[in-house]
Design a binder for this molecule. Structure first.
Ligand SMILES: [Zn+2]
Length: 98
């Protein structure tokens, strides 16, 4: 057997093994029996997909989520406000120059 044949055969075997491993992996995922779910954004306990806010029934989690949500909303406002303010300043600058 030539060296080329040996390499070709080895490559084919590797590809086959990879394919088999991939199919095994997907099969395991199907059989795991875990339903689609999400996690509490504070303590990562599994909760139902529909729960809104995305926290568990723990009061502490709810409180800290509310705090987080408030600061997130504030950040979103800032992200819109600062560019708008910068543009406004730019426009005023242009108007003053003309
Ligand atoms: Zn929680």
């Amino acid at each position: 057997m030539s060296r080329k044949d040996t390499i070709l055969r080895a490559a084919q075997r590797t590809a086959k093994e990879a394919r088999e491993a991939a199919s095994r992996k997907s099969k395991r995922r199907e059989n795991s029996g875990i339903l689609p779910h999400r996690h509490c954004s504070i303590c990562w306990k599994p909760i139902t997909l529909e729960s809104m806010p995305p926290v568990c029934s723990n009061e502490e989690c709810e409180d800290s989520w509310k705090k987080k949500d408030k600061s997130r909303k504030r950040l979103t406002i800032m992200m819109y406000f600062f560019p708008a303010f910068a543009i406004l300043l730019l426009i005023m600058n242009i108007l003053q120059q003309s």
